[in-house]
Design a protein. Structure first.
Length: 256
């Protein structure tokens, strides 16, 4: 694993961060692979491969600076609308990433978790993902949530269906349902809500990502396409987060 502390630029940024106020959970909409490739006159497939390289660096950075949870939007429920050849490439890259990175992720105590319905993924890809989750399930370091075949609306509907089923079967009373109970039926039941949501490539939308969980997240949109989003970009974004005033619907206290 590359040591990000040895880079002078990164060290300068790190020195300006409050290590006691790092976001507990960072979620990233990794957008702009195709645009990055088009700007360089390259096939979209090259952009997706460059995006995988960017992910490798960001996971390493989060692990080294002490981020506890990282959620990345790897494949949405809407991505099935893309051309079949591109879907095939994305699936191949996912399988390749897990196969090549699993040993290092495991040795660095990273725990892999999946958000989404992976039963609809190609069988070999789903098996590779489940193998990675099982191998790393007892690790105590960074939790890497891979949002695969994930959609925020589908997640909420699935949670509602499970709640209705439990109510019908007398496993849950209608009166006991509140926000905390509802959250326990989501894919992120074991994770805190994201403190920081990052979107690359300058697009100003959530794109059906963590709709429930991101209700009070700080959102930072950067103009860089995902393949250009390096470790220093992440550290800069965390600095922006630390300069925000998080009120969760309240008002800022007036100094006496």
């Amino acid at each position: 694993m590359i040591n990000i502390w040895k880079t002078n630029k990164n060290k300068k940024i790190l020195d300006n961060l409050d290590r006691d106020r790092l976001p507990l959970h960072i979620a990233i909409i990794m957008d702009g692979n195709g645009r990055w490739a088009r700007q360089r006159g390259l096939p979209r497939t090259v952009g997706h491969r460059a995006g995988v390289e960017a992910l490798r660096g960001i996971v390493q950075c989060c692990s080294q600076i002490g981020i506890k949870y990282l959620t990345v939007y790897a494949f949405s429920t809407e991505n099935w609308k893309r051309p079949q050849y591109e879907i095939g490439i994305l699936m191949s890259l996912l399988k390749e990433y897990i196969r090549l990175e699993l040993k290092e992720l495991h040795s660095n105590e990273v725990r892999i978790h999946v958000l989404g319905n992976i039963s609809q993924l190609p069988k070999d890809v789903g098996e590779q993902v489940l193998k990675a989750c099982d191998k790393t399930r007892n690790n105590k370091g960074l939790v890497l949530n891979l949002a695969l075949n994930y959609g925020g609306r589908a997640e909420i509907i699935q949670a509602l269906q499970a709640i209705v089923d439990d109510v019908i079967n007398n496993n849950l009373s209608l009166e006991s349902i509140n926000e905390e109970v509802f959250a326990n039926y989501l894919y992120t039941a074991d994770c805190p809500d994201p403190d920081l949501v990052i979107r690359t490539s300058g697009e100003m939308r959530l794109s059906n990502f963590l709709l429930w969980q991101a209700a009070y997240s700080e959102i930072v949109v950067v103009d860089e396409c995902w393949p250009d989003f390096k470790e220093e970009s992440l550290l800069d974004t965390i600095r922006v987060y630390q300069n925000r005033d998080r009120r969760f619907g309240g008002i800022k206290k007036v100094e006496e």
